[in-house]
Design a protein around this ligand. Structure first.
Ligand SMILES: [Zn+2]
Length: 453
């Protein structure tokens, strides 16, 4: 990694020291994406994986020298969060209420990481602790580094291809879209047409300024990202089952990506204008825009793969599989979104009963550090005695916190407390590696989703 890339990675991930590279040598997904990218007027790309860091995927443009590479940098934690959220979206649960409760906790943990990225360590620690306060059966969702190994060792499973490739392909899609005038313009027209048809000529409220341009930029990146990924797996024989998994993974990864973007947006808002938290028009990703983006993505996938289906029955099966894949993740999406809104409420008003609001964030409540940190310490200590998962997840959280800058100079005493609480070396929960096509019900790797009846 050259000094310029090192600097860019450190500043985007808010790292306190040099980035720690992930120790893997060979990943089929990266190689095939890099190969396909050469067909576009884009510079060659080098990929870097980073461990012990906040979740993110970033792209660093090439220097203006012919042949100079661009860089695509991804973090292990990003993939762990994708897997956690996707597993949660697909879990069979008895009530949507419980999914919402679990999502609330997972989003607080994700938001805690994004606060670390913003350099607000005290807020991050309080969010992390708050996420463990009301257990919602989500301990099994504390996905670890073992997931990443499993992705590498299963490169031939369709789910691993999209799971591994989509976050990167979408990022690369932004670059291709930026140097292409035609497709984003066509997509803007398509979007207008879609909105007219869907909303009967009365387009919905766009929200914050620039929301429309952002949506077109994202839709274009999705468009090229899907194209890249589908081309990178061209030549594989996909049976109906393989195709179904592929489409499901696209749907799952898409909804999870949007949820993660919204969570990040929420934290950005919390750090710039915290009193605006909870006002729906402030976070531009809400509501109907999710459906639009997912529909546009599947429109692109359908166009891309259409020619592979020679006759009407095959085409009808394909369309049916697309519908099922979209419906499967739509089913639980509202509960996931409700969990995110509840996490936002927790940021704004704390966990106290209504009327006794004690925001967790220092900016909203200067006493937060004293008030909440005192509440959290005994609770965390109790949790550490009860749960091995807590000890393990907390060690990982503390390591991430130690790897980042506390640039807001918030009191990090709670992190020190968690550091003393969590054992230094917690053996990660035992994982087994999957074989291609094997199903895993442990909730760690994305299972092969069965269409729900
Ligand atoms: Zn994007």
């Amino acid at each position: 990694m050259d000094a310029r890339v090192d600097f860019a990675v450190r500043s985007v991930l808010n790292l306190a020291g040099p980035p720690l590279p992930l120790g893997h040598q060979h990943w089929e997904v990266l190689e095939s994406l890099g190969r396909v990218l050469r067909r576009y007027p884009a510079p060659p790309v080098e990929f870097y994986g980073i461990c012990s860091s906040v979740p993110d995927v970033l792209f660093i443009p090439a220097r203006p020298t012919p042949g100079a590479p661009a860089y695509c940098v991804y973090t292990e934690r990003h993939y762990c969060m994708v897997a956690t959220l996707k597993t949660l979206s697909a879990l069979q649960l008895t009530t949507e209420q419980s999914r919402m409760g679990m999502a609330h906790n997972v989003f607080l943990r994700l938001a805690a990481d994004y606060f670390l990225q913003q350099g607000a360590h005290g807020d991050a620690a309080r969010l992390y602790c708050a996420s463990w306060l009301s257990p919602a059966g989500d301990e099994g969702l504390a996905v670890d580094a073992g997931l990443f190994d499993t992705l590498f060792t299963n490169p031939v499973v369709e789910s691993a291809l999209v799971d591994g490739g989509w976050p990167l392909a979408h990022e690369l899609g932004h670059i291709i879209a930026d140097s292409d005038e035609e497709v984003p313009a066509l997509l803007a027209d398509l979007l207008n047409q879609y909105l007219r048809e869907r909303f009967g000529g009365q387009p919905p409220v766009w929200g914050p300024p620039g929301a429309r341009d952002r949506l077109i930029a994202e839709v274009s990146a999705d468009w090229f990202g899907a194209e890249l990924l589908l081309r990178s797996i061209a030549g594989r024989t996909l049976g109906e089952n393989g195709l179904s998994i592929l489409l499901n993974e696209f749907a799952g990864n898409m909804s999870v990506m949007m949820l993660m973007e919204s969570c990040k947006e929420m934290v950005r808002l919390a750090c710039t204008d915290p009193s605006a938290l909870g006002r729906p028009q402030k976070s531009g990703h809400r509501g109907w825009m999710y459906d639009v983006r997912r529909d546009m993505l599947f429109h692109s996938i359908r166009l891309d793969l259409w020619e592979a289906f020679p006759d009407e029955p095959a085409q009808a099966t394909f369309v049916g599989l697309i519908r099922r894949a979209m419906a499967f993740y739509r089913l639980n999406f509202d509960a996931m979104l409700a969990g995110l809104s509840r996490a936002e409420r927790t940021l704004r008003y704390g966990l106290a009963p209504p009327g006794l609001d004690e925001p967790l964030l220092q900016e909203l409540n200067p006493r937060a550090a004293d008030w909440w940190d005192t509440v959290f310490r005994p609770l965390a200590s109790e949790r550490a005695q009860q749960s091995r998962w807590f000890g393990w997840a907390t060690r990982e959280f503390v390591n991430r916190a130690r790897a980042t800058h506390n640039s807001h100079q918030q009191s990090a005493e709670l992190i020190g407390y968690l550091d003393r609480l969590a054992p230094d070396e917690v053996p990660p929960p035992a994982r087994h590696r999957l074989k291609p096509g094997q199903r895993d019900w442990s909730g760690i790797l994305p299972p092969e989703y069965l269409p729900r009846r």
